[in-house]
Write a protein that binds this ligand. Structure first.
Ligand code: CP
Length: 296
């Protein structure tokens, strides 16, 4: 039984496959489950569009209650700690707290007295497990399986929780992952995957090209933007020449004209990025249904 979803490394292949299968059944119209009437509170201490809205819609489709909590207008401004906030929200009636925070491992630090459940909606540069699950769902919808498939992750790997959670998941399922980035965006260890600094070499035989947002808010100092654009920005010419059949992905939000050109984003190839956002609803329904003990 899974109580919380904190990261991908805590899940085994069977638990991931169960979530993916359940998400597919939700996409196909499976009736709401026994989590009807459970209560979620969305603690978003860092901005979000896709994750927050898709969790809210997932709760609505599961006929759950959503506590209307706004971080900016909450008693955080009076100095209340996250731990005290969560203890109180549990007593008010929350069953699960869905937490986004700019600090890595924030959930591990909270020593709660009460059995509130957690879903990590992205913490610092540590983990974004539901993003990795929805990315995997999107890949297997298109490829059937990722085993033996070449997945190229391009961009700001060092500051990316999305890259780390995706790599953990893809390694479990036998994908061949290559990261491609300049030195200043390279992670401090190789994360157990191939590294190729040259974008055009990295793209050869790619089945999936996953671009990462440049995480400017997590940089201690700036980055050489024009040099990055010259060497790493993806456009239709490069993609169609080197990997014409590759699936193009990006977790969003996109920095137009930085990670990729607008003409590529707005082309047919860019549609998968919106499918990722749509798939997030089914994945988040399945995650909530799983941890709150709904029917399989
Ligand atoms: N991919 C993602 O986490 O997007 P948001 O920051 O908009 O939730």
């Amino acid at each position: 039984m899974l109580k919380d979803l904190i990261d991908i490394k805590s899940l085994d292949k069977f638990q991931i496959t169960d979530i993916i299968d359940m998400a597919k059944r939700f996409e196909n119209g499976m009736a709401p489950s026994t989590v009807e009437g459970k209560t979620a509170v969305m603690i978003f201490c860092e901005n979000s569009t896709r994750t927050k809205c898709s969790f809210e819609l997932a709760c609505q489709r599961l006929k759950m209650n959503i506590l209307n909590f706004e971080s900016a207008t909450s008693s955080f401004s009076k100095g209340e700690s996250l731990k005290d906030t969560l203890d109180n929200l549990y007593f008010i009636g929350a069953d699960v707290a869905i937490i986004r925070h700019s600090k890595s491992n924030i959930i591990d630090e909270i020593d709660l007295k009460y059995p509130l459940q957690f879903v990590n909606a992205g913490d610092g540069n540590h983990a974004h497990p539901t993003q990795a699950l929805l990315d995997y769902y999107t890949m297997i919808e298109k490829l059937g399986s990722v085993e033996g498939k070449k997945i190229v992750i391009v961009g700001d790997v060092a500051h990316s929780r999305v890259a780390k959670s995706n790599i953990e998941l893809l390694n479990k399922f036998g994908a061949i992952v290559t990261i491609c980035c300049p030195e200043y965006f390279a992670p401090s260890n190789n994360l157990g995957v191939e590294f190729q600094a040259d974008l055009q070499i990295a793209l050869k035989n790619a089945d999936v090209v996953m671009l990462l947002r440049v995480q400017k808010e997590r940089h201690a100092s700036g980055f050489p933007e024009s040099e990055y654009i010259k060497n790493y920005q993806l456009n239709s010419d490069i993609l169609n020449k080197i990997a014409p059949d590759a699936i193009l992905m990006h977790p969003g939000p996109v920095n137009r004209e930085v990670e990729l050109t607008s003409e590529l984003l707005d082309s047919k190839k860019g549609e998968t990025i919106l499918e990722q956002a749509k798939n997030g609803v089914f994945i988040r329904m399945a995650v909530l249904n799983t941890i709150l003990g709904g029917v399989k």
